[in-house]
Write a protein that binds this ligand. Sequence first.
Ligand code: SF4
Ligand code: SF4
Length: 265
Amino acid sequence: MNTLSADERAKLKQKIKREAKKLGINLIGFANVGRWEEYRLTGESYYPHTIWPWAQTVIVMAVQIYLPMLETTPSVVYSELYNTTNRMLDETAYRMANQLNELGFKAHFFPRDCYGDISVLVKKPEAAFSHVIAGYYAGLGTIGVNHTLLTEEYGPRIRLVSVITDAPLTPDPMLSKDLCIRCHQCVKHCPMQVFTPRTDRVAADMDKHKCALYHQQLKEEFRYPCGRCTAVCPVGKDKKRYGAHSVSEEGIEHVRSFGSIQAGS
Ligand code: SF4
Ligand code: SF4
Protein backbone atom coordinates (compact mmCIF):
# COMPACT_ATOMS: atom_id res chain seq x y z
CA MET A 1 0.00 0.00 0.00
CA ASN A 2 1.28 3.48 -0.88
CA THR A 3 1.78 5.88 2.02
CA LEU A 4 2.48 9.61 1.86
CA SER A 5 3.15 12.28 4.48
CA ALA A 6 0.54 15.02 4.91
CA ASP A 7 2.86 17.41 3.08
CA GLU A 8 3.39 14.98 0.17
CA ARG A 9 -0.38 14.38 -0.07
CA ALA A 10 -1.08 18.11 -0.22
CA LYS A 11 1.60 18.67 -2.88
CA LEU A 12 0.39 15.77 -5.03
CA LYS A 13 -3.20 16.99 -4.83
CA GLN A 14 -2.17 20.48 -5.93
CA LYS A 15 -0.17 19.02 -8.82
CA ILE A 16 -3.15 16.91 -9.97
CA LYS A 17 -5.45 19.95 -9.79
CA ARG A 18 -3.01 22.07 -11.81
CA GLU A 19 -2.66 19.35 -14.46
CA ALA A 20 -6.44 18.88 -14.66
CA LYS A 21 -6.92 22.59 -15.23
CA LYS A 22 -4.30 22.55 -17.98
CA LEU A 23 -6.16 19.65 -19.60
CA GLY A 24 -9.39 21.68 -19.72
CA ILE A 25 -11.19 20.27 -16.67
CA ASN A 26 -13.67 22.65 -15.03
CA LEU A 27 -14.25 20.81 -11.74
CA ILE A 28 -12.24 18.23 -9.82
CA GLY A 29 -12.87 16.46 -6.51
CA PHE A 30 -11.31 13.65 -4.47
CA ALA A 31 -13.12 10.84 -2.66
CA ASN A 32 -11.63 8.06 -0.55
CA VAL A 33 -13.12 4.65 -1.27
CA GLY A 34 -14.38 4.47 2.33
CA ARG A 35 -17.22 6.79 1.33
CA TRP A 36 -18.80 4.02 -0.76
CA GLU A 37 -19.03 1.94 2.43
CA GLU A 38 -20.09 4.83 4.65
CA TYR A 39 -22.99 6.07 2.49
CA ARG A 40 -23.91 2.85 0.65
CA LEU A 41 -25.77 4.48 -2.24
CA THR A 42 -24.78 1.58 -4.51
CA GLY A 43 -24.49 -2.17 -4.15
CA GLU A 44 -21.14 -3.48 -2.96
CA SER A 45 -20.24 -4.78 -6.43
CA TYR A 46 -20.07 -1.12 -7.55
CA TYR A 47 -17.48 -0.13 -4.94
CA PRO A 48 -14.21 0.81 -6.68
CA HIS A 49 -12.21 -1.28 -4.17
CA THR A 50 -14.48 -4.31 -4.70
CA ILE A 51 -13.44 -4.22 -8.35
CA TRP A 52 -9.80 -3.16 -7.80
CA PRO A 53 -8.89 -4.01 -4.18
CA TRP A 54 -5.84 -1.70 -4.15
CA ALA A 55 -7.96 1.41 -4.93
CA GLN A 56 -7.73 4.13 -2.28
CA THR A 57 -8.88 7.33 -4.02
CA VAL A 58 -11.31 8.22 -6.80
CA ILE A 59 -10.53 11.49 -8.58
CA VAL A 60 -13.69 12.78 -10.25
CA MET A 61 -13.37 15.34 -13.04
CA ALA A 62 -16.03 17.32 -14.87
CA VAL A 63 -16.31 19.49 -17.94
CA GLN A 64 -19.16 21.90 -18.41
CA ILE A 65 -21.95 21.54 -20.95
CA TYR A 66 -22.50 24.90 -22.65
CA LEU A 67 -26.03 25.97 -21.82
CA PRO A 68 -26.76 27.76 -25.15
CA MET A 69 -25.98 24.52 -27.00
CA LEU A 70 -27.87 22.28 -24.57
CA GLU A 71 -30.98 24.45 -24.80
CA THR A 72 -31.38 23.46 -28.46
CA THR A 73 -31.82 19.79 -27.49
CA PRO A 74 -32.75 17.47 -29.14
CA SER A 75 -30.47 18.69 -31.92
CA VAL A 76 -27.27 17.89 -33.75
CA VAL A 77 -25.66 20.85 -31.95
CA TYR A 78 -26.09 19.31 -28.51
CA SER A 79 -25.38 15.85 -29.89
CA GLU A 80 -21.97 16.95 -31.17
CA LEU A 81 -21.20 18.76 -27.93
CA TYR A 82 -21.99 15.56 -26.02
CA ASN A 83 -19.65 13.55 -28.27
CA THR A 84 -16.89 16.11 -27.79
CA THR A 85 -17.18 16.01 -23.98
CA ASN A 86 -16.97 12.22 -24.14
CA ARG A 87 -13.72 12.34 -26.07
CA MET A 88 -12.28 15.05 -23.82
CA LEU A 89 -13.17 13.22 -20.62
CA ASP A 90 -11.74 9.87 -21.65
CA GLU A 91 -8.56 11.41 -23.04
CA THR A 92 -8.07 13.61 -19.99
CA ALA A 93 -8.61 10.72 -17.58
CA TYR A 94 -6.22 8.59 -19.63
CA ARG A 95 -3.53 11.26 -19.40
CA MET A 96 -4.13 11.83 -15.69
CA ALA A 97 -3.80 8.10 -14.95
CA ASN A 98 -0.61 8.02 -17.03
CA GLN A 99 0.89 10.85 -15.01
CA LEU A 100 0.07 9.06 -11.75
CA ASN A 101 1.69 5.89 -13.13
CA GLU A 102 4.84 7.85 -13.90
CA LEU A 103 4.91 9.07 -10.30
CA GLY A 104 4.84 5.44 -9.14
CA PHE A 105 1.13 5.01 -8.34
CA LYS A 106 -1.36 2.49 -9.65
CA ALA A 107 -3.99 4.37 -11.65
CA HIS A 108 -6.44 3.94 -14.51
CA PHE A 109 -9.85 5.36 -15.32
CA PHE A 110 -13.49 4.34 -15.43
CA PRO A 111 -14.62 5.69 -18.82
CA ARG A 112 -17.49 8.16 -18.93
CA ASP A 113 -20.93 6.56 -19.49
CA CYS A 114 -19.77 2.97 -18.93
CA TYR A 115 -22.21 1.39 -21.37
CA GLY A 116 -21.60 0.33 -24.96
CA ASP A 117 -24.72 1.61 -26.67
CA ILE A 118 -28.13 2.95 -25.73
CA SER A 119 -29.67 -0.40 -26.80
CA VAL A 120 -27.82 -1.92 -23.81
CA LEU A 121 -29.57 0.49 -21.42
CA VAL A 122 -32.93 -0.36 -22.98
CA LYS A 123 -32.35 -3.99 -21.91
CA LYS A 124 -30.60 -3.21 -18.60
CA PRO A 125 -30.77 0.44 -17.55
CA GLU A 126 -27.73 0.51 -15.22
CA ALA A 127 -24.17 1.41 -16.24
CA ALA A 128 -21.08 -0.32 -14.80
CA PHE A 129 -20.21 2.65 -12.56
CA SER A 130 -21.93 5.81 -11.33
CA HIS A 131 -19.83 8.94 -11.83
CA VAL A 132 -22.73 10.90 -10.32
CA ILE A 133 -22.38 9.08 -7.01
CA ALA A 134 -18.57 9.30 -7.23
CA GLY A 135 -18.91 13.07 -7.82
CA TYR A 136 -21.18 13.38 -4.79
CA TYR A 137 -18.67 11.50 -2.62
CA ALA A 138 -15.90 13.72 -4.03
CA GLY A 139 -17.66 16.90 -2.91
CA LEU A 140 -18.48 18.23 -6.37
CA GLY A 141 -22.22 18.60 -5.76
CA THR A 142 -25.41 16.93 -4.56
CA ILE A 143 -27.90 14.65 -6.29
CA GLY A 144 -31.09 16.28 -7.55
CA VAL A 145 -34.68 15.17 -8.15
CA ASN A 146 -33.60 14.30 -11.72
CA HIS A 147 -30.82 11.91 -10.51
CA THR A 148 -28.04 14.16 -11.84
CA LEU A 149 -25.18 15.75 -9.92
CA LEU A 150 -26.01 19.41 -9.27
CA THR A 151 -22.99 21.71 -8.93
CA GLU A 152 -22.84 25.31 -7.77
CA GLU A 153 -21.08 26.40 -10.96
CA TYR A 154 -23.01 24.61 -13.70
CA GLY A 155 -26.01 22.99 -11.98
CA PRO A 156 -26.40 19.54 -13.61
CA ARG A 157 -24.80 20.74 -16.87
CA ILE A 158 -21.58 18.79 -16.53
CA ARG A 159 -20.14 15.53 -17.80
CA LEU A 160 -18.01 13.34 -15.55
CA VAL A 161 -15.19 10.82 -15.56
CA SER A 162 -13.32 9.11 -12.70
CA VAL A 163 -9.68 8.12 -12.18
CA ILE A 164 -9.10 5.26 -9.73
CA THR A 165 -5.73 5.25 -7.93
CA ASP A 166 -3.89 3.83 -4.96
CA ALA A 167 -2.50 7.30 -4.17
CA PRO A 168 -3.75 8.02 -0.63
CA LEU A 169 -5.00 11.56 -1.27
CA THR A 170 -6.93 13.58 1.29
CA PRO A 171 -10.64 13.50 0.36
CA ASP A 172 -12.52 16.74 -0.24
CA PRO A 173 -15.40 17.55 2.12
CA MET A 174 -18.82 16.54 0.79
CA LEU A 175 -21.40 19.31 0.43
CA SER A 176 -23.62 19.51 3.50
CA LYS A 177 -26.41 21.53 1.89
CA ASP A 178 -28.63 20.13 -0.88
CA LEU A 179 -28.32 22.22 -4.04
CA CYS A 180 -31.61 20.92 -5.45
CA ILE A 181 -34.40 23.38 -4.60
CA ARG A 182 -37.12 20.84 -5.53
CA CYS A 183 -38.71 23.20 -8.07
CA HIS A 184 -39.67 20.17 -10.20
CA GLN A 185 -38.90 21.93 -13.49
CA CYS A 186 -37.10 18.74 -14.50
CA VAL A 187 -40.20 16.68 -13.73
CA LYS A 188 -42.49 19.03 -15.65
CA HIS A 189 -40.31 19.32 -18.77
CA CYS A 190 -39.36 15.67 -19.22
CA PRO A 191 -40.87 14.70 -22.60
CA MET A 192 -41.41 11.13 -21.40
CA GLN A 193 -42.71 12.02 -17.92
CA VAL A 194 -40.38 9.53 -16.28
CA PHE A 195 -40.15 11.15 -12.84
CA THR A 196 -42.46 10.56 -9.88
CA PRO A 197 -41.35 12.84 -7.01
CA ARG A 198 -41.01 11.40 -3.52
CA THR A 199 -41.43 13.07 -0.17
CA ASP A 200 -38.97 10.90 1.76
CA ARG A 201 -35.87 11.67 -0.37
CA VAL A 202 -34.66 14.15 -3.01
CA ALA A 203 -34.21 11.83 -6.03
CA ALA A 204 -37.54 11.03 -7.69
CA ASP A 205 -38.60 7.54 -8.72
CA MET A 206 -37.45 7.28 -12.32
CA ASP A 207 -38.62 5.05 -15.17
CA LYS A 208 -35.13 4.57 -16.64
CA HIS A 209 -36.40 2.18 -19.29
CA LYS A 210 -38.70 4.84 -20.73
CA CYS A 211 -35.85 7.38 -20.77
CA ALA A 212 -33.58 4.85 -22.53
CA LEU A 213 -36.27 4.06 -25.13
CA TYR A 214 -36.60 7.76 -25.96
CA HIS A 215 -32.82 7.99 -26.30
CA GLN A 216 -32.84 5.06 -28.69
CA GLN A 217 -35.26 6.96 -30.92
CA LEU A 218 -33.15 10.14 -30.70
CA LYS A 219 -30.03 8.20 -31.64
CA GLU A 220 -31.67 6.97 -34.84
CA GLU A 221 -32.53 10.60 -35.58
CA PHE A 222 -28.92 11.80 -34.98
CA ARG A 223 -30.00 14.11 -32.16
CA TYR A 224 -29.06 12.05 -29.12
CA PRO A 225 -29.11 12.54 -26.12
CA CYS A 226 -32.12 14.36 -24.64
CA GLY A 227 -30.88 16.24 -21.53
CA ARG A 228 -34.03 18.35 -21.22
CA CYS A 229 -34.11 17.71 -17.46
CA THR A 230 -30.66 19.29 -17.14
CA ALA A 231 -31.31 22.23 -19.48
CA VAL A 232 -34.26 23.51 -17.44
CA CYS A 233 -32.70 23.16 -13.97
CA PRO A 234 -32.34 26.68 -12.48
CA VAL A 235 -29.35 25.76 -10.28
CA GLY A 236 -25.89 26.94 -11.40
CA LYS A 237 -23.99 30.15 -12.04
CA ASP A 238 -24.16 29.46 -15.79
CA LYS A 239 -27.95 30.09 -15.61
CA LYS A 240 -27.20 33.53 -14.24
CA ARG A 241 -24.61 34.14 -16.95
CA TYR A 242 -26.91 33.25 -19.85
CA GLY A 243 -30.34 33.88 -18.33
CA ALA A 244 -33.29 31.49 -18.16
CA HIS A 245 -33.54 31.16 -21.97
CA SER A 246 -30.28 31.64 -23.82
CA VAL A 247 -31.63 30.76 -27.27
CA SER A 248 -34.59 32.23 -29.14
CA GLU A 249 -37.64 30.16 -30.14
CA GLU A 250 -36.74 30.77 -33.81
CA GLY A 251 -33.16 29.72 -33.08
CA ILE A 252 -34.29 26.43 -31.54
CA GLU A 253 -36.54 25.73 -34.53
CA HIS A 254 -33.71 26.55 -36.93
CA VAL A 255 -31.08 24.38 -35.22
CA ARG A 256 -33.50 21.46 -34.94
CA SER A 257 -34.38 21.70 -38.63
CA PHE A 258 -30.89 20.91 -39.92
CA GLY A 259 -28.34 18.17 -39.43
CA SER A 260 -30.72 15.73 -37.73
CA ILE A 261 -34.09 14.17 -38.36
CA GLN A 262 -37.08 15.56 -36.50
CA ALA A 263 -39.72 12.93 -35.78
CA GLY A 264 -42.50 13.30 -38.34
CA SER A 265 -40.42 15.37 -40.78
S1 SF4 B 1 -32.98 12.74 -20.36
FE1 SF4 B 1 -34.93 13.43 -21.25
S2 SF4 B 1 -36.28 11.63 -21.21
FE2 SF4 B 1 -34.56 11.21 -19.83
S3 SF4 B 1 -35.25 11.90 -17.84
FE3 SF4 B 1 -34.17 13.66 -18.73
S4 SF4 B 1 -35.77 14.83 -19.74
FE4 SF4 B 1 -36.62 12.81 -19.34
S1 SF4 C 1 -34.93 21.26 -11.88
FE1 SF4 C 1 -35.43 21.80 -9.75
S2 SF4 C 1 -36.10 19.84 -8.84
FE2 SF4 C 1 -35.06 19.33 -10.76
S3 SF4 C 1 -32.97 18.91 -10.12
FE3 SF4 C 1 -33.03 21.08 -10.70
S4 SF4 C 1 -33.45 22.16 -8.77
FE4 SF4 C 1 -33.92 19.99 -8.43
